[in-house]
Design a binder for this molecule. Structure first.
Ligand code: ADP
Length: 486
């Protein structure tokens, strides 16, 4: 078995604010079948400490970045964890990153430098009987961990940094550098970023391998349009950069057993979705003929391109289709979507909320799900759509480009299409894609085939887990020890 220490600021189901938590939470379970044993180092937030009652004390720090701290090891909610219990850093209520004023905690640099520094110590064999071979850091919060290994007394442990969204970079004033316990020359060599300290930048500069969550996003972030200031460095590191697409939890998202659906179904019984569709229509106040039903389930932000949906509502209704929107976020976007819904009572409905169960019902009932993101590192919504026979209509960027097969005539002919893609990403091209979807929906046999094909797509973690295992093995100069082989 390859021994991997994963370092993450979130892991589902213990603590989650975004997709990083899903990956950090799902990967360890998926890795075991591929000869990898993975433990996760995570901060001792209140939600984590509540589960840590039976954990074993494995180390104490008298002073870790201005306060005492302990390391606790144990199995919690299905994960092998090493918890960094440092109350002065993590024992705070509410959102893990934000203070009561809704702004980032001013000492976030210290909170995550501590996490990364401890990871570096574990790589050096801090805890007797535990020696990881690979340190796998996630996002800016763990970005300094590869730097601590590289500039520490031994860099024998190999390091991997995964970027879940390049936009979040952990950029802090240069003044903190002296507190980080890194040598002076590391500043200009690796850590300095636009005159300050860049946590993610430091990781990108020092990790042995960099991964991001889809192959297309791995290419895109090497361009100025998607590189968020880091494309130059990513080009220098191109040989170390890999794209590995995320999977989804196929147990929690299974239309054959989903308790959130009115009627469960499988690829051979997609007609049963009609019952769920009626339930979705009822929830959103959609009336009249049983028209094609588009859906949006999304954070309402500019990244997600929902302004382009708002711009297309009148057009979509003019094509005879209907639309439901579940989401919340940016106040301006909420207002424009609400106004669009108000213009088309009975044809367009909006619920301004985060509602996990309703999102399942929508995937199990709507005909198509719109995901017109401007950029999308991987995206989960379209994967749920595929699994539920809710045909994804997506912009051709990032993970959306990699996971949906566009229904051009050749793909329809060959029976391999699973959704619709549009490019470049504009309101006009989204409008064209909506029209194309309405036309295809009219070809009932073709549509059904596309649904079935999508439902058979492999969206599980297994394929991704194998790629991570291959990456670890190659860093260690090993052949992959495949237990299940293929
Ligand atoms: P991101 O992590 O950038 O928001 P993803 O597509 O990777 O985008 O993941 C979004 C997840 O959040 C999906 O599981 C989606 O179903 C869910 N989601 C987004 N908005 C809502 C909402 N209003 N209610 C329920 N689930 C939502």
């Amino acid at each position: 078995m390859i021994e991997v220490l994963s370092v993450a600021s979130e892991a589902y189901p213990l603590v989650k604010t975004g997709g990083l938590a899903d990956v950090a939470g799902a990967l360890p379970g998926a890795m075991a079948a591929h000869g990898v044993s993975m433990r996760t180092l995570i901060p001792g937030y209140p939600a984590v400490m509540r589960e840590a009652g039976l954990a074993r004390l494995v180390h104490e720090f008298a002073d870790l970045f201005d306060g005492p701290a302990r390391l606790l090891a144990g199995r919690m909610m299905g994960l092998d964890l090493i918890v960094l219990d440092a109350p002065h850093l993590y024992d705070r209520p509410g959102n893990i990153y934000l203070g009561p004023d809704g702004k980032d905690w001013p000492d976030n640099w210290k909170r995550y430098a501590a996490l990364s520094w401890v990871a570096g110590q574990l790589a050096l064999g801090l805890v007797e009987g535990y020696q990881p071979e690979v340190l796998h850091a996630h996002d800016w919060q763990a970005g300094l961990a590869p730097a601590y290994v590289k500039y520490g007394p031994s860099d024998r442990v190999k390091t991997v940094l995964t970027v879940h969204n390049l936009v979040f970079q952990g950029h802090f004033p240069a003044e903190i550098y002296g507190r980080l316990d890194l040598p002076p020359h590391a500043y200009y060599e690796s850590v300095e970023y636009y005159g300050g300290v860049g946590f993610l930048k430091a990781g990108l500069a020092t990790a042995d391998a960099i991964t991001t969550v889809s192959p297309t996003y791995a290419h895109e972030i090497r361009t100025p349009a998607f590189g968020a200031g880091l494309d130059g460095l990513l080009n220098v590191r191109a040989n170390a950069l890999h794209g590995i697409t995320n999977g989804i939890d196929i147990e929690a998202w299974n239309p054959a057993t989903d308790a959130a659906l009115i009627e469960d179904y499988g690829a051979s019984s997609v007609h049963k979705r009609a019952i769920n569709k009626q339930a979705v229509r009822d929830r959103f106040g959609i009336t009249g003929d049983n028209a094609m039903l588009f859906a949006v389930v999304s954070r309402l932000t500019s990244q997600k391109g929902v302004d382009m949906v708002a711009a297309n509502v009148d057009w979509l209704v003019s094509l005879g289709a209907t639309l439901v929107i579940l989401g919340s976020g940016d106040a301006g976007l909420e207002a424009s979507l609400e106004a669009a819904a108000a213009r088309h009572p009975g044809r367009v409905g909006m619920i301004k909320a985060y509602d996990e169960n309703l999102s399942h019902l929508i995937q199990g009932g709507a005909d198509a799900i719109l995901v017109p993101s401007r950029f999308e590192p991987c995206g989960l919504t379209q994967l749920y759509g595929l699994r539920y026979g809710c045909v994804p209509v997506v912009s051709r960027v990032g993970g959306l480009a990699d996971t949906v097969i566009d229904a051009n005539e050749a793909a329809v002919e060959a029976g391999v299409a699973t959704g619709l893609q549009f490019s470049p990403v504009t309101s006009e091209t989204l409008g064209e894609a909506i029209q194309r979807a309405v036309t295809l929906y009219g070809r009932a046999k073709v549509w059904r085939k596309m649904q079935r094909r999508g439902m058979k797509s492999n969206v599980s973690w297994d394929a991704s887990a194998k790629k991570y295992a291959q990456l670890y093995a190659s860093l260690l100069g090993q052949e992959l020890d495949e237990q299940d082989g293929d």
